[in-house]
Design a protein around this ligand. Structure first.
Ligand code: BGP
Length: 478
């Protein structure tokens, strides 16, 4: 099949996150993260799975990067575990932790792989949660900025692509509204908005520090973007979609790119009495940082449908399919505003996520028109059950998913979007935060189940060989 030609220098990548791959949760001086504690609370994760060992990347990083090199990967997006490099969250760095990432960077560069670092992929040092409530305190923004500066100073000579925060919309809401993530607080909406504002300040401070330390580098964010479609042309549903986009997407994107909260969102939260304190100084800071953002990164898995939702309608607290039992997801929403029913036109994964490649073109188009920034697709992939047969995994379903989504970025590129990179989630199989090890995303299979004890051996899936050819042909063979 004839595929696409991406621009020269296009970064064909794959991604991971520290907690989901590293393991070695208390080795070589690493401090605990909030996830190390949270997974130990019974009932919080699928079958009690945790990242104590994960896929043991901490000890197998060389083998993993050799596989990346064999694939011809152009970029590897990974995250730094903040408590591995600063066990107390601030203060004295852990040189062994820093050496671990330094070695990974060198090994990538040696193999022609561009390293792309995410500073925060959810594993806040537990020490900061204990000290002052983590992101609930404005101090956390300063500590995050100090940690970011330390990383820019240590790695900025070699790493030119940086992402401050991964999916702020997910970890703040799950941490303070649904209690699905640490710190596991339920329906604390005022606290959620305040913590979220503090993350914005941390992001802004890091961005503002960046270019002085890494003058030839680029910095952006990774947002979990689920573009909203109105259920139909009933004005009530179109308005619900507007509310959805404003409160679930632009609430973050406008801050990153304009340095401002969307007006209708602010009005809504003010009316509810939960709009956080935003000083003039904060606004100036956010504005200044927005002008320094080099690219807008987003993770795309699916679009969402929006439909009007009565005041006694669907809530945020519906059941989420964490088991792979198709059809077990509840419709969720914000009472009085919108709810997100399934899209009757789309297929879904076993975890009830809509499969919508057109939505990726749509996402690129919306972001380009609204923000005029280069885009990085920092995650995209298919979570599925895989079976290892005679050392191979025949994941034609994953190849099909990736092919359609890569075609969708070509369309977006043809239509004027400037796309710098595309990262498959994920390079190896890894721990899915709430779904255990059975929801697999990797191009490389790892022998482990929910229970500890697998061999942790790596096997190349069919998608590994397929993506290698996509990269070699710069997208023309799909
Ligand atoms: C994103 C996260 C990733 C990853 C991915 C897949 O939200 O940035 O860390 O987990 O989604 O999600 P899940 O593992 O829930 O299927």
């Amino acid at each position: 099949m004839n595929g696409i030609h991406m621009k020269g220098g296009f970064l064909w990548g794959a991604a991971s996150a520290a907690y989901q791959i590293e393991g070695a949760f208390d080795e070589d001086g690493k401090g605990w993260s909030i996830w190390d504690k949270f997974v130990r609370i019974p009932g919080k994760t699928f079958k009690g799975t945790n990242g104590n060992i994960a896929v043991d990347h901490y000890h197998r990083w060389k083998e993993d990067i050799a596989l990346m090199a064999e694939m011809g990967l152009k970029a590897y997006r990974f995250s730094i575990s903040w408590p591995r490099v600063l066990p107390e969250g601030s203060g004295v760095p852990n040189e062994k932790g820093i050496a671990f990432y330094s070695n990974i960077i060198d090994e990538c560069l040696k193999n022609g792989i561009t390293p792309m670092i995410t500073l925060y992929h959810w594993d806040l040092p537990q020490a900061l949660q204990d000290r002052y409530g983590g992101w609930e305190s404005r101090q956390c923004a300063d500590d995050f900025a100090a940690y970011a500066k330390l990383m820019f100073e240590r790695f900025g000579d070699r790493v030119k692509h940086w992402i401050t925060i991964n999916e702020q919309n997910i970890f703040t809401k799950f941490g303070y509204v649904t209690a699905w993530h640490p710190p596991g607080k339920f329906n604390e909406k005022a606290l959620w908005l305040q913590a979220n504002h503090n993350v914005n300040l941390g992001h802004a401070k890091a961005v503002l520090a960046f270019h002085d330390i890494v003058p030839d580098g680029k910095i952006g964010v990774s947002f979990a973007y689920g573009p909203g479609y109105a259920f139909d042309c009933d004005p009530a549903n179109v308005m619900a979609c507007q509310d959805y986009n404003e409160l679930e997407n632009y609430w973050w994107l406008d801050v990153y790119c304009y340095g401002d909260y969307p007006k209708a969102g602010e009005a809504y939260y003010r009316k509810q009495g939960i709009m956080p304190d935003v000083s003039d100084e904060d606004r100036a800071l956010l504005k200044a940082a927005s002008k320094q953002l080099d690219f807008l990164g987003f993770n795309y898995y699916h679009s969402n449908v929006s439909e009007a939702n009565p005041v006694d309608g669907a809530t945020e607290f519906g059941h989420m399919n964490n088991s792979g039992e198709k059809g077990s997801d509840d419709v969720t929403g914000v009472p009085g505003l919108y709810k997100n029913p399934p899209n009757p036109y789309l297929r879904t994964t076993d975890w009830d996520w809509a499969i919508d490649p057109v939505g990726l073109t749509y996402a690129c188009r919306v972001l380009t028109s609204r923000y005029h920034l280069p885009l990085v697709i920092s995650e995209n992939g298919l979570g599925a059950f895989d079976t290892l047969e005679d050392g191979r995994v025949h994941d034609s379903y994953r190849i099909g998913y990736l092919r359609e989504h890569i075609e969708a970025i070509e369309t977006a590129q043809e239509q004027g979007c400037n796309i710098l990179a595309y990262c498959v989630w994920s390079f190896t199989d890894l721990l899915s935060w709430l779904n255990g090890y059975q929801k697999r995303y990797g191009l490389v299979y790892v022998d482990r189940e929910e229970e500890e004890g697998g061999s942790l051996k790596r096997y190349k899936k069919d998608s590994f060989y397929w993506y290698r050819q996509v990269i070699q042909s710069n997208g023309s063979v799909l």
